[in-house]
Design a protein around this ligand. Structure first.
Ligand code: ACO
Length: 358
């Protein structure tokens, strides 16, 4: 009876509830506008885990809690329901068994044990790898620069300011001690938030990663706590004759932190880091989602304007001319200098020209 079966189906995106958990002490200092950082959120996609239809069979009132310690990303799993189907022909889906294939085996199912992990990690967890950049924001509620993550209005506080929330970016590879385990806990966000996303191969040695963390000083103490915000993964390809082309493969900012400028900061820091490296010829992007393409365009435009490209005497020279030679030479030089991939450079340059000619 199909109507009977429908009764036992649950939308897996709705059933799965994610949460980044801070210790009680760290949670209670968050201002009203910041508490979203610790509120539950749902995945955008679960089809890689629960199948194309994103449905789970066999339960009523199903809730799957997958919680993460906000810094170390150690996990807590709890599956609850009001009712489970009792049928040998059509047994209920095995939720934990399914998830087990996608998360590391060291999650806990004990709320008490998880609280203890969160408390301990809050004091001891430090991001892994080499710090490659940082930016600040005033703690929301402290007035100055309220809600802004970019400080581009000149209001970003110094890192020493008591009210500053600092965001730090760390570069890692598989050889960074402890990173393989951290990555196994973090990678599930790729499946849950990037359409068509899949896990990277751990036996491909050359992967590079940049993680982004929020850093806060506990009031009246010397303790700094770190909270995961997002990350990106990059893969180097050989670029003739003796350099590499870095391809940005995955990029995710977790929902509680989206639309606050963090994606732009992470992208810009990766881009700046890549430009500072002699071994890298250019940055390319694999299969960008529309929202990411927007972010990349905005940041590349801002970057080229800052670099003074629109003030370059040759910026408008030869535009629309039949004789492409000199113009093409200038464009190629600029593109190489700024290490932007060819198609992207052409697009952004065209946007700048259109803006100028308007
Ligand atoms: N206050 C309010 N809005 C702001 C602020 C602010 N302080 N700063 C920026 N914004 C706005 C921007 O103007 C922008 O607006 P728009 O979407 O209307 O253009 C928007 O916020 C996004 O900009 P950011 O905040 O810099 O970007 P965000 O941190 O939200 O990251 C991203 C964007 C990466 C796409 C994120 O939403 C995400 O991770 N999504 C899910 C995963 C995904 O799709 N990843 C990309 C896949 S492609 C790939 O991996 C190669």
């Amino acid at each position: 009876m199909s109507s009977g079966v429908e009764d036992w189906l649950t939308d897996s995106n709705e059933a799965l509830s994610l949460q980044l958990v801070r210790s009680e002490e760290d949670a209670e200092v968050l201002a009203e506008d910041e508490v979203q950082a610790i509120e539950p959120f749902h995945p955008d996609f679960t089809y890689p885990i629960f199948g194309d239809k994103e449905k789970i069979f066999g339960y009523r009132g199903l809730e799957i809690k997958l919680h993460f310690a906000s810094g170390s990303l150690k996990q807590f799993l709890e599956v609850t329901y009001d009712e489970k189907i009792k049928s040998e022909d059509t047994p209920a889906d095995d939720i934990e068994g399914t998830l087990y294939n996608f998360i590391p085996a060291d999650y806990t199912k004990s709320a008490v044990a998880f609280d203890a992990i969160v408390d301990a990690d809050a004091k001891t967890f430090r991001p892994l790898g080499e710090k490659i950049g940082s930016y600040t924001r005033s703690a929301v509620g402290s007035g100055k620069g309220k809600g802004k993550a970019n400080g581009e209005d000149g209001s970003a506080p110094s890192e020493d300011d008591e009210n500053a929330v600092v965001y730090e970016m760390y570069k890692t590879t598989w050889s960074t001690p402890g990173f393989r385990d951290f990555h196994r806990r973090m990678q599930v966000f790729i499946l849950l938030f990037i359409e068509g996303g899949s896990y990277v191969q751990e036996d491909e040695d050359a992967w590079e990663f940049v993680t982004l963390f929020e850093r806060r000083k506990r009031p009246d103490s010397d303790i700094f706590t770190y909270h995961f915000v997002g990350y990106t993964s990059l893969y180097p390809f050989w670029c003739f004759p003796d350099r590499i082309r870095l391809r940005l493969s995955q990029f995710v900012i977790l929902p509680p932190y989206q639309h606050q400028g963090h994606g732009s900061h992470l992208y810009s820091a990766v881009f700046a880091h890549m430009r500072s490296r002699d071994d890298v010829a250019e940055l390319t992007v694999e299969d960008p989602a529309e929202a990411f393409e927007d972010l990349r365009d905005r940041n590349d435009l801002r970057f080229l304007v800052k670099q003074g490209i629109t003030k370059d005497p040759k910026f408008l020279e030869g535009v629309g001319s039949e004789e492409r030679g000199p113009r093409a030479k200038w464009e190629a030089e600029k593109r190489k200098q700024h290490k932007i991939a060819e198609r992207q450079f052409d697009r952004v340059l065209e946007m700048l020209l259109l803006r100028q000619l308007d």
